[in-house]
Design a protein around this ligand. Structure first.
Ligand SMILES: *[C@@H]1O[C@H](CO)[C@@H](O)[C@H](O)[C@H]1NC(C)=O
Ligand SMILES: *[C@@H]1O[C@H](CO)[C@@H](O)[C@H](O)[C@H]1NC(C)=O
Ligand SMILES: *[C@@H]1O[C@H](CO)[C@@H](O)[C@H](O)[C@H]1NC(C)=O
Ligand SMILES: *[C@@H]1O[C@H](CO)[C@@H](O)[C@H](O)[C@H]1NC(C)=O
Ligand SMILES: *[C@@H]1O[C@H](CO)[C@@H](O)[C@H](O)[C@H]1NC(C)=O
Length: 363
């Protein structure tokens, strides 16, 4: 407990001290699993309708359009910066992601992927969570081959496991046309998705993971896509969708706590993306935003929320005024706030501990 309190009080100071000169990484590696909120370009390598490796995506990213579904950095890119990483995690599917390039971690996230294999079916190609875990098994074997079994296992046990999944099990499955799970009740779909997630997170533990940051699903009823699709008036969020996501998140937090107590030597923490994004949307001026309902880059209707950001789409002038980059994803500026609350936040945003505490606590 004292370590936790210590972490909270010094974290901001440490961050400021490290901003320009700190060399040390707080963890040897990060392994990132997720969907388009975390994809650094895996979908560039598969036949998929879910892609972002063209303008105006990446307009504020040093390397330009990389396949990231935002104008700048994703939250896991930013978490890496906070943790002292000098490079962003490479996409698993990039041919150069091998040898020493994997020793600081790998990012398996894939646009339109979900916890369920079926999620994202309208987008054709995507790497669902079970496939991302199979890909991690390859990385794990390669790391042990490079470092030797003992050092490899040590690296894997000290690493941060970032898991940002679930949006597409609702947005691009349960609430989408022709969904194979569309006839399930609200409770049944939560039980199915959470039961599958439990098996997956337990499998990750059995492969050597110990420090898990698990992100909640955000308020999907408020994204420009939903506002457009439901013909929302004055940006009113879709309460059916938000109520479903809130009940899913309650179950997810309970799962995270259950796994922390069941799996010996492991610590899971729940990063409340819902509360963070909802707080920003309710109080935009506190965070320096003026527009919470329109995507900066997109096509269609009042909210530019029908079609994603492409070279043909309209792009806003002042990107820093916008919470949403496109019909679905936050801007770089919103991601900075989200990642900050994940990393340094109090229990309103990160429970039972934040990411800084997760990586510095004794296990
Ligand atoms: C998803 O597909 C993979 C590969 O076909 C399979 O091994 C896995 O069991 C499936 N997962 C679920 C939850 O059905
Ligand atoms: C794991 O590596 C083998 C050998 O390179 C490859 O054939 C296989 O497709 C990989 N599995 C995944 C899930 O990427
Ligand atoms: C939903 O439909 C599937 C087949 O498409 C069926 O197996 C399942 O029992 C149905 N579930 C409910 C709750 O009706
Ligand atoms: C939407 O906002 C406008 C301008 O503030 C207002 O006049 C109108 O009544 C609002 N409509 C609804 C349905 O709230
Ligand atoms: C967490 O911090 C926010 C301000 O960023 C504050 O409004 C909230 O009350 C705090 N929550 C707790 C549990 O201390």
């Amino acid at each position: 407990m004292s370590a936790i309190l210590f972490g909270r009080s010094v974290s901001l100071l440490l961050h400021l001290a490290c901003w320009s000169s700190c060399q040390a990484q707080l963890v040897p590696a990060i392994f990132s699993f997720g969907d388009s909120l975390a994809d650094p370009g895996n979908n560039n390598y598969i036949p998929s309708l879910s892609k972002a490796n063209f303008p105006h995506n990446g307009v504020d990213f040093p390397a330009g359009p990389t396949g990231r579904f935002t104008n700048g950095r994703t939250t896991v890119d930013l978490l890496g910066e906070f943790l002292g990483f000098k490079y962003y995690l490479p996409p698993y599917l990039a041919p150069s992601t091998k040898g020493s390039a994997i020793l600081n971690g790998v990012n398996y996230a894939s646009g339109s992927a979900g916890i369920l294999n079926s999620s994202g079916y309208l987008f054709i190609g995507r790497n669902p969570m079970d496939l991302q875990l199979a890909q991690f098994a390859n990385t794990s074997a390669e790391i042990k081959q490079i470092l030797g079994v003992e050092a490899g296992e040590k690296l894997l046990s000290q690493a941060l496991y970032w898991v940002n999944m679930g949006s597409n099990d609702f947005l691009d499955n349960y609430f989408a046309p022709f969904s194979p799970i569309g006839n399930l009740s609200s409770e049944q779909v939560n039980a199915l998705v959470l039961g599958t997630y439990e098996q997956q997170l337990t499998r990750l533990y059995s492969m050597g993971a110990r420090r898990f940051g698990v992100a909640a699903v955000g308020p999907l009823g408020c994204i420009p896509f939903e506002l457009t699709y439901t013909l929302a008036v004055n940006g009113t969020c879709d309460q059916t969708v938000n109520t479903q996501i809130q009940s899913f998140n309650v179950g997810l937090e309970a799962l995270v706590n259950q796994l922390s107590s069941q799996l010996s030597g492991a610590q899971f923490t729940f990063l409340d993306a819902y509360t963070i994004v909802d707080t920003i949307i309710q109080n935009p001026s506190d965070y320096g935003f003026t527009i919470v309902d329109i995507g900066c880059c997109g096509i269609g209707g009042e909210y530019r929320g029908a079609l994603p950001c492409t070279p043909l789409a309209t792009m806003c002038d002042e990107r820093t005024n916008y919470v949403f980059w496109d019909p679905y994803h936050p801007t770089d500026k919103a991601n900075i706030i989200i990642a900050d609350r994940f990393y340094y936040g109090n229990t309103t945003f990160a429970r039972p501990i934040n990411v800084f505490e997760l990586v510095t606590m004794q296990l």
